[in-house]
Design a protein around this ligand. Structure first.
Ligand SMILES: NC(=O)c1ccc[n+]([C@@H]2O[C@H](COP(=O)([O-])OP(=O)(O)OC[C@H]3O[C@@H](n4cnc5c(N)ncnc54)[C@H](O)[C@@H]3O)[C@@H](O)[C@H]2O)c1
Length: 345
């Protein structure tokens, strides 16, 4: 049994809170930290975001301590696992301090705002005794896991083209609206689109280069992107992301993947299951596990801690790569040029 402390109990902190509660035999929430008194006291039923939070926080029967200062939470010996759900500009500082305090650290994506911060985190992780993982929930999402499976095992033949999409309205819910300030949030590409950036890197490896077009909003960053990833195989890969639709649009994530012997589509906003369209005109809807990516990533991180092994499904180095590619995609939008990705797996 590990003791868990969440630092930052806003939108995603509330989702993590609910996910940890699903593992009562293995983990106990022992500490919450937030600068907001209600949030650190666990009064979070009214905390919202750009996704519906399905599981509401219930009285837990577990008692946790509340902290306003993260350093005090890090000093608590009953906290073994620190779950960082803070605004992006605080990830590096707090993750490094938590690793140095000897804790296991799960930190929300994106890893950090820039590569210098990512590199300092990687350095701290190498010296640390605790496990470290960036919470790349899409790698753990059932539909995206299924897509990775069928790309890898080629049960429908080789992949011929891929289009991923993440489409939303402007997220104005964050504390003091930090998310709308590119200098501390990194803009839509770093915050929303980076999910797919990380996933495509996971699915197909590093591209040779990226070429992107989009809408750049002064102060807020790139709000809208169509990003073309170039691979030696010449498979067309389009990664689309935006958060500038009017509020009624809601949130969607999904993909269309064409294989030699099937087409596979999914869009969460439609409420329809992932569908595999076959050459003879029939279609299949493979059953997906019911747990979402957040619960799966947390359970996986806990497996790694319990089994004393470093996370492999998502490594900190790969999360650093996602930040590097996202920065290249933004650069391409701003310069109109193709940006080379100068490293290989
Ligand atoms: N994986 C996902 O699907 C997903 C979804 C949303 C957000 N995120 C990521 O999670 C992080 C948090 O985003 P959010 O939407 O939950 O933001 P949020 O503003 O809703 O929550 C952040 C919380 O941190 C608290 N906080 C701020 N500074 C603090 C400090 N110094 N000490 C303690 N608490 C402090 C705020 O009071 C707030 O409650 C971001 O990095 C974001 O990119 C991930």
């Amino acid at each position: 049994m590990v003791g868990v402390g969440i630092i930052g109990v806003g939108f995603v902190g509330r989702i993590h809170f609910n996910s940890w509660l699903k593992l009562p035999e293995r983990a106990q929430l022992v500490a919450l930290c937030d600068t907001e008194p209600d949030r650190r006291a666990g009064k979070i039923d009214n905390v919202v975001g750009n996704l519906e939070i399905k599981a509401t926080s219930q009285p837990t029967g577990q008692s946790f301590k509340s902290y306003a200062d993260y350093r005090e939470l890090l000093a608590a010996p009953e906290v073994n696992v620190v779950d960082i759900c803070l605004p992006t500009y605080l990830h590096a500082e707090v993750a490094i301090a938590a690793l140095q305090a000897g804790k296991h650290v799960l930190c929300e994506k994106p890893m950090a705002l820039n590569l210098e911060q990512c590199d300092r985190m990687l350095e701290a992780a190498v010296k640390a005794k605790g496990r470290f993982m960036i919470a790349q929930c899409v790698r753990f999402w059932p539909e995206y896991r299924y897509l990775k499976e069928i790309v890898d095992d080629q049960r429908f033949g080789p992949l011929k083209s891929l289009h991923l999409r993440r489409q939303a309205f402007l997220p104005l819910y964050t504390m003091a609206n930090w998310l709308m300030d590119e200098s501390i949030a990194g803009g839509m590409v770093m915050d929303l689109h980076v999910h797919d950036t990380d996933y495509v890197r996971h699915l197909l490896g590093q591209p040779d280069s990226v070429h992107a077009v989009g809408i750049d909003t002064p102060g807020r960053g790139v709000d809208h992107i169509y990003s073309f990833w170039q691979y030696p195989s010449n498979i067309p890969v389009l990664v689309e992301g935006y958060w500038d639709m009017p509020p009624g649009h809601g949130f969607n994530m999904g993909f269309s993947a064409l294989f030699e012997q099937a087409g596979v589509t999914w869009d969460c906003a439609t409420g329809k299951p992932l569908t595999v369209f076959l050459p003879n005109g029939s279609s299949e809807t493979p059953e997906m596990p019911s747990n979402d990516g957040y619960s799966n990533e947390i359970a996986y991180f806990l497996d790694c801690i319990e089994q004393g092994r470093p996370p492999q499904v998502s490594t900190p180095q790969q999360s650093r790569d996602a930040v590097a590619i996202a920065l290249a995609e933004s650069e391409s939008v701003r310069t109109g040029k193709t940006v080379k990705i100068n490293w290989r797996d």
